[in-house]
Design a protein around this ligand. Structure first.
Ligand SMILES: Cc1cc2nc3c(=O)[nH]c(=O)nc-3n(C[C@H](O)[C@H](O)[C@H](O)COP(=O)(O)O)c2cc1C
Length: 434
């Protein structure tokens, strides 16, 4: 086998790790195992470590490498690759997305197989340049961008591309090996679960990890998941080969169905499509914001077609409220101002909303204050930061609300319901508030 001079000495594979593994006829896993990792991408806990799955496809007119591994694991990847192919045979390199845990070994692979053509999604060009940072003196980067339906042939094998952006990087695509019904899915259908037995029917129980991965990585992009599923569901699927975790060969379609369930709103089933949902979350030390909340609820309920729910944040966990907010049409927060700020449970909930897409939902805030009253505006700013619409000016009432002020809260709630139904007046901007 002709092997160019390695840049670094290849470390021997630990005895407990497999070599290259044939996962489908002529398709080898050549990825790397990272069993001791406990935190991934800052936000994810990985009780079982993870794997960086990469694959090699052999056709009678050349070889394709689909994805690479994180830089630290490049030696492992090249060892496995070299055990099943010569670098000179590689005609095609596919990167399904360019996140560093899959593109880490790409520059070195391109150096070792300079004749190979790189295939990336139409959205990946800028990402490639930003990752490889070529200098003006370097050879120009050569690559081919592809979209849904484009194909590359390896003779008796065909790789077909599916454009599946934002799952979870903007440049994400999937690659389908037509003749074998193998989907190289990238991060979709993946999870952080390192198990050298490799296949879903052999490894330990990884359900918790699969759902956890979905909740933290794919959930903010649910709408894109649904779009991608429309491309994936019609495919004949013998095997799904994601970039992390077990390779799904036993009833792979179950995982596609599960993604469909996880991405479909269940609230519509419960309250029907004829009603819109408005959730009010509040917190109150002395009861003033609580009384405002009840009046806001009463006002919103005056409008038929709006289902209103009221929750005291003092009595709840954050995670279930995130689920409610994800499916609600409008979210209203009530908080007193304490030490110049909204109260911590409100911020805890607002900061947990990064995993859901709230773009375009209606948001509003209210609260009782004593002397400076910052909370309401701070909540509104955060809502705008979450790309929500804040069409009705926040309502602040000094200390204990009078009956007239509670009437104003009812009007505020009613105004929110009208805005939700698309019947409200445009927001009036008070010059004094600017
Ligand atoms: C510890 C503490 C700190 C407070 N800090 C502020 C503040 O910085 N600015 C302000 O406007 N009011 C402040 N207040 C006053 C409250 O906002 C006010 O009492 C409000 O009416 C409480 O509403 P609630 O009954 O819904 O808890 C503070 C109150 C407490 C108890």
């Amino acid at each position: 086998m002709v092997t160019p001079e390695p840049v670094w000495a290849p470390a021997p594979l630990p005895a407990n790790l497999p070599g290259a593994v044939e996962v489908a006829p002529g398709v080898h896993w050549i990825g790397a195992m990272d069993p001791t990792l406990r935190t991934f991408d800052i936000i994810l806990r990985t009780a079982n470590g993870t794997s960086y799955n990469a694959f090699l496809v052999r056709g009678d007119e050349g070889v394709a490498v689909v994805d690479t591994v994180k830089l630290e694991f490049a030696a492992e990847f090249f060892r496995r690759l070299e055990s099943v192919a010569d670098y000179a045979e590689i005609r095609v390199i596919v990167l399904n997305h360019l996140e560093p845990d899959h593109s880490g070994a790409l520059p070195e692979l391109m150096r070792r197989a300079p004749q190979a053509r790189l295939y990336i999604s139409t959205r990946a060009t800028a990402m490639l340049k930003a990752l490889l940072k070529p200098k003006a003196t370097d050879r120009p980067l050569e690559y081919q961008t592809v979209g849904t339906g484009d194909e590359v042939s390896l003779g008796n094998r065909t790789l077909r591309f599916l454009h599946t952006p934002f799952l979870h990087w903007p440049d994400t695509q999937c690659t389908y090996l037509v003749e074998e019904g193998v989907l190289f899915s990238g991060d979709i259908f993946g999870c952080h679960y390192c198990d050298s037995r490799l296949f879903n029917d052999r490894v330990g129980d990884f359900r918790f990890s699969f759902d956890y991965y979905y909740a933290h990585i794919m959930r903010p992009f649910k709408a894109h998941v649904i779009t991608a599923l429309k491309l994936i569901e019609p495919l004949r699927l013998n095997l799904i080969a994601p970039t992390h975790g077990p390779i799904l060969r036993d009833r792979p379609r179950r995982y596609v169905t599960h993604y469909r369930e996880l991405s479909t709103s269940s609230l519509a089933e419960r309250i029907g499509n004829e009603e819109l949902s408005l959730c009010i979350f509040y917190m109150s030390a002395y009861g003033s914001t609580a009384r405002m909340a009840e009046a806001v609820q009463a006002g919103a309920e005056e409008e038929p077609g709006v289902r209103v729910s009221l929750y005291d944040l003092a009595g709840g966990e954050t995670a279930p409220f995130v689920d409610l907010i994800e499916e609600a049409d409008a979210i209203v927060f009530g908080s007193p101002t304490i030490n110049g700020d909204a109260v911590k449970p409100v911020w805890d909930l607002l900061s947990s909303l990064a995993v859901v897409n709230l773009q375009g939902k209606l948001g509003a805030a209210f609260g009782s204050f004593g002397w400076s009253g910052e909370a309401v505006r701070m909540i509104e700013d955060r809502m705008r930061g979450l790309k929500m619409r804040v069409p009705v000016a926040g309502l602040r009432i000094k200390l204990i609300p009078t009956d007239e002020e509670l009437d104003a809260c009812r009007d505020f709630g009613h105004g929110l319901a009208l805005a939700l139904l698309g019947e409200g007046a445009e927001r009036v901007i008070e010059m004094a508030d600017l």
